[in-house]
Design a protein around this ligand. Structure first.
Ligand code: ADP
Length: 480
């Protein structure tokens, strides 16, 4: 890292006041690919102060006046799409194709919220009294701290910063320590798009010092977080002291249910994508596959063939379908889940081991794995694996499928494959999940609500709901 530093506070780049830095490594080789400043508490306090100072002027602009900035960011993201995708792949390992899609998705979020931000209105409330009038007005909540994960290091940032800025909030971003460089690139684009000083601030570094300041500083009025349920609970408890609002997108343990009347080819393709995209490192990815007993053998055979046709390797290789895991701990967790399931009676259909040597040398590779005969208390049936390991279980009745699917402390995404119209309506109503995908593996885009129930989180992202997170409703009554 040069003298300039990667903290962006009050419209200027700086190094950390502690002088500390963090080296970023490519998970496909462990080669260093960058270095960033590691912010301390003082830097974080300065960033919050800058956001608080910038808030009144940014909040006073109309949505229409804020929109051009967001649209310029959209344009710049698309203009620099290839380079940004390469940065994502270098830092966290996903195949370039997926990284390229992520940049496009992030651009779409800035576009969507540029438009949606213009439509924030209020309500005229019918008064109970003749000489009174009553309005409910919606205004930005204040300074927002956004804390984001490494698995979608640009999209999760865009999903928070685009609506926060569109709503008139000012922000402080703490990106994941594994993937700060893509956030630095985004802030360079913010600067080029004409970001007013202090409206968005970036603190790269380790979570402890930054997190403590965010929690204790009363100027932060909302924490929007995507990451593990464990950290989400810590933030929720810490936010209580200054009564900050919280929006939490946490872990998941998605069931994928295939009924006997499903279009098998479609379900197999979707089961592959919903499990193995981003090497299984997605909170909405399938953690448990439930397939009707009558079609289980054919289904698993077809899925095995598809999985074995895929290329595992460095994300930067064009041929790669499945990249490495993000770090050593992630690899160990996946291998431990496989070993635990095997010990408790699961059969390995394909994979089941680490990949090493040759193009895998130095990388954190787990072979794409399918396990049959999965059941509780195997850890994989209740803990998030966050790796390319798919446990398969059979069922015979709809009630059994629902009971198995709902047997989780999480409630983020669920997948249902059936051609039966009644099931299409009724099964989602019975699933305790926030995002249910019937006969598709992706869900809808940024215009649709997205959020979890149970221990998967609080609040919604996407659509007008994603903007509401950053707004407070005030009641104003007028005596006339
Ligand atoms: P994961 O286990 O997938 O890395 P985490 O919840 O640990 O998920 O991390 C998600 C984000 O939360 C990262 O930006 C990380 O630095 C941040 N984070 C982790 N612990 C804390 C904390 N105590 N305070 C604030 N942020 C934290």
């Amino acid at each position: 890292m040069g003298e300039i530093g990667t903290l962006y506070i009050d419209g200027a780049w700086s190094t950390s006041s502690t002088g500390e830095t963090l080296v970023i490594r490519d998970p496909s080789s462990q080669d260093p690919v960058g270095e960033v400043s590691a912010a301390g508490r003082d830097d974080t306090r300065s960033a919050i102060r800058a956001a608080a100072n910038a808030f009144p002027a940014w909040a006073a602009r109309s949505g229409a006046e804020r929109a051009p900035f967001l649209l310029r960011v959209r344009d710049l993201l698309l203009e620099h799409r290839d380079g940004l995708a390469a940065t994502i792949t270098a830092e966290m390992g996903k195949p370039l194709r997926e990284a390229w899609g992520e940049v496009g998705g992030a651009a779409g979020m800035f576009e969507y919220y540029a438009e949606e931000g213009k439509r924030v209105g209020g309500t005229i409330v019918p008064s109970y009294v003749t000489n009174r009038r009553s309005h409910a007005i919606r205004q930005p909540v204040g300074v927002v701290a956004a804390i984001t994960p490494w698995n979608f290091p640009l999209a999760t940032v865009a999903k928070k910063l685009a609506p926060a800025l569109a709503a008139g909030c000012t922000v402080l971003l703490k990106p994941a320590e594994a993937t700060p460089t893509i956030a630095v690139r985004l802030f360079e684009l913010f600067e080029r798009a004409g970001l007013p000083a202090g409206v968005a601030n970036l603190v790269t570094g380790l979570p402890s010092a930054i997190g403590e300041e965010i929690l204790s500083n009363a100027d932060v009025r909302l924490i929007t977080f995507t990451g593990s349920t464990r950290t989400g609970k810590h933030l929720m408890k810490g936010a209580a002291d200054t009564m900050k609002r919280i929006a939490l997108e946490l872990g998941g343990h998605a069931p994928f249910i295939v009924f006997e009347d499903a279009v098998i080819d479609d379900a197999v393709q979707a089961a592959y994508t919903a499990k193995f995209r981003n090497a299984g490192q997605v909170c909405v990815n399938t953690n448990r596959l439930f397939v009707h007993e009558s079609i289980a053998d054919d289904f698993v055979a077809a899925l095995k063939e598809l999985v074995e046709s895929k290329v595992v390797g460095p994300g930067a290789d064009d041929a790669t379908d499945i990249g490495p895991l993000v770090n050593e701990a992630a690899l160990h967790k996946a291998l431990e889940h496989i070993e635990d399931a095997r010990t408790l009676g699961a059969q390995v259909v394909t994979g089941g081991h680490q990949l090493s040597g040759g193009r895998f040398e130095g990388g954190y590779y787990c072979a794409p794995t399918i396990l049959r005969g999965a059941k509780k208390p195997m850890r994989i049936m209740s803990e998030e694996t966050f790796g390319p390991v798919l446990p398969v279980t059979t069922f015979t009745t709809d009630d059994e499928a629902i009971a198995l699917a709902n047997d989780s402390s999480y409630g983020l995404a669920a997948y249902v494959f059936t051609q039966d119209a009644r099931r299409c309506f009724v099964i989602p109503e019975r699933l305790a999940y926030g995002s249910i995908r019937v006969n598709n593996d992706t869900g809808d885009g940024i215009h649709a609500p997205f959020g979890g129930v149970k221990e998967s989180g609080i609040g919604l992202e996407g659509g007008p709901w994603g903007l509401d997170t950053f707004l407070v409703t005030k009641s104003v009554s007028y005596q006339i």
